[in-house]
Design a protein around this ligand. Structure first.
Ligand code: NAP
Ligand code: MG
Length: 486
């Protein structure tokens, strides 16, 4: 059985209760973990408060060194962690290894930034006085993480939090706690000062258990002044409403329905390949995935034929099989949701060009498998257009005029990312200007670079992760006046 990590110790839950983590490809039990409640969160808060005080004695360079060492430890254990991630999440081993690579890249980014946080000197109108802006960590942070990228989305919170000198409590999704527990253990074990020192116990904690208990207590506990949430827009609204009366600092990374616009002059083959990766990587369970494609009528048939060819060849199977190019959906309920969204589109007159069903193979019946699916002629009121589709389903649309495509692209509550494929600088600039999203890619894959601020507008969220910008959300600016100098 796996344990939680509180105050540097591997512990069970206060209640003694546990629950099972199952493999989405086989239905088999992978391991059991403690089923935490508010009492476990309260213990973690006490440990994290002590660690926060102790972190005040560390230098930024020390914390950076500890994070760099943690990355070495993660790389040395990557093969084992990838197996665990595939077993609990369902993604292919190839995808699991990429996720670990991205996690390390992100942690190293903040390890390097730790010692580069700057305040400022401010001249004041008063004689014999000057001002300073001092930047201080906030305290105990809570990180609530979803199951689609359990490791990178934990790293985007733990990295900047520790770099800035905060302690943090991680609440992984109930269904993906295992690889997270391994990674956080490695971060706590990391050393600096020539191998002689470690981060204080409780600098990073993990409490496993349901959102309705563990997550809720993190939100309600007044001793956790900062919440970083990634997940659905529905739960994000709840997070904000609970945090509001407590004036907690929140960042919300929520759902998306990213448009991809393919113009008449685009390199259609490259665009189709990127639509495939952008939509079907991680079995389509990506916040910033390509979720609607708008293709200029002059290249529509060529684009659809190209993408159809790629999808028809895609092998669906367990993430541990070398031949698998796409694993199962993470949850059975998720697959049912996808099926009802596709049925809704069919019922409204859409045509399913590829997939639209479960794979026929006998070996896959115990897993949550679904074929990569391409849909055309879905009307604007179809659920695959109006809602976030969190699985391997892509609706494709034709357009005649770029402004029409941009209007359709913006006709959603979401605003996470969007891409345009064109060699025309004026068209690209129009999309950069007019698309209501937090991130735009021109002739490039929908991908969250560690170097750039990442986040949404509209119902896709609040605040930014990644980039030096993310550090701002883990620091408070304190204005200081020094007077009486003349
Ligand atoms: P979710 O249902 O919102 O869950 C996210 C996290 O919130 C989980 O750890 C969940 O715990 C927890 N939670 C649930 N109820 C809670 C409550 N009452 N109080 C506090 N925490 C609570 O999201 P999901 O289904 O795991 O993930 C898919 C969604 O995440 C999609 O909408 C996707 O677009 C979005 N996402 C966004 C980004 C981004 O950066 N913008 C990145 C990835 C994913 P349990 O697992 O125990 O329920
Ligand atoms: Mg959920």
């Amino acid at each position: 059985m796996a344990h939680m990590l509180i105050g540097g110790e591997q512990v069970g839950s206060v209640s003694g209760n546990t629950y099972q983590v199952c493999n989405p490809a086989t239905g088999e039990v992978v391991d059991s973990v403690p089923k935490g409640t508010a009492a476990d969160v309260q213990q973690a808060v006490a440990a994290a408060e002590q660690a926060f005080v102790a972190l005040g004695e560390t230098s930024a360079e020390d914390r950076g060194a500890a994070l760099f060492d943690a990355c070495e430890r993660i790389k040395a254990n990557a093969a084992e962690i990838a197996q665990l991630l595939t077993a609990e999440q369902g993604k292919t081993l190839f995808e699991a290894n990429l996720e670990i690579h991205h996690l390390v890249h992100g942690l190293e980014f903040y390890a390097g930034l730790a010692s580069k946080v700057r305040g400022s000197y401010v001249p004041l109108p008063q004689k014999g006085a000057y001002g300073l802006v001092v930047r201080q960590p906030i305290g105990v942070c809570g990180a609530i993480v979803p199951w689609n990228f359990p490791l990178t989305l934990m790293g985007t919170k733990v990295g900047p939090a520790l770099a800035a000198g905060n302690s943090i409590i991680v609440k992984p999704a109930s269904t993906t706690p295992l690889a997270t527990l391994r990674i956080v253990q490695l971060i706590q074990e990391a050393t600096y000062a020539g191998g002689n020192k470690q981060l204080p116990p409780g600098a990073v904690n993990v409490v496993t258990g349901p959102g309705s208990d563990v997550g809720e207590e993190l939100l309600k506990n007044p001793r956790v002044p900062r919440i970083a949430f990634t997940g659905s827009t529905e739960v994000g609204r709840h997070v904000m409403s609970v945090a509001a009366p407590l004036i907690k600092r929140v960042t919300l990374e929520l759902g998306g329905s990213d448009p991809m616009i393919v113009c008449a002059d685009a390199d259609v083959e490259t665009a189709a390949k990127n639509a495939d990766v952008g939509r079907f990587f991680n079995c389509g369970q990506m916040c910033l995935g390509v979720k609607r494609v708008f293709v200029h009528e002059s290249v529509y048939d060529a684009f659809v034929a190209q993408l159809k060819g790629i999808l028809e060849k895609k092998t669906v199977g367990p993430g541990t099989e070398r031949s698998s190019r796409m694993g199962p959906l993470h949850l059975a309920s998720q697959r049912e949701e996808i099926e009802s969204q596709v049925e809704d589109a069919r019922g409204r007159g859409a045509t399913v060009l590829v997939g639209g069903q479960r794979p026929a193979s006998d070996g896959l019946t115990n897993g949550n498998f679904y074929l990569p699916t391409l849909i055309e002629n879905a009307p604007q009121d179809a659920r695959v257009v109006r809602e976030e589709v969190f699985g391997p389903v892509l609706p494709v649309f034709r357009f005649a005029d770029l402004d029409q495509a941009i209007d359709m692209a913006n006709d959603t509550i979401y605003g996470l990312g969007g891409s345009i494929w064109t060699r025309d600088l004026v068209a690209a600039n129009r999309a950069i200007d007019k698309l209501q999203v937090g991130n735009i890619w021109v002739n490039s894959l929908h991908y969250g670079y560690d170097e750039l601020p990442f986040g949404g507008v509209k119902a896709s969220g609040l605040g930014r992760e990644h980039g030096p910008e993310a550090l701002d959300y883990y620091l408070e600016s304190k204005g200081v006046v020094i007077a009486g100098l003349s």
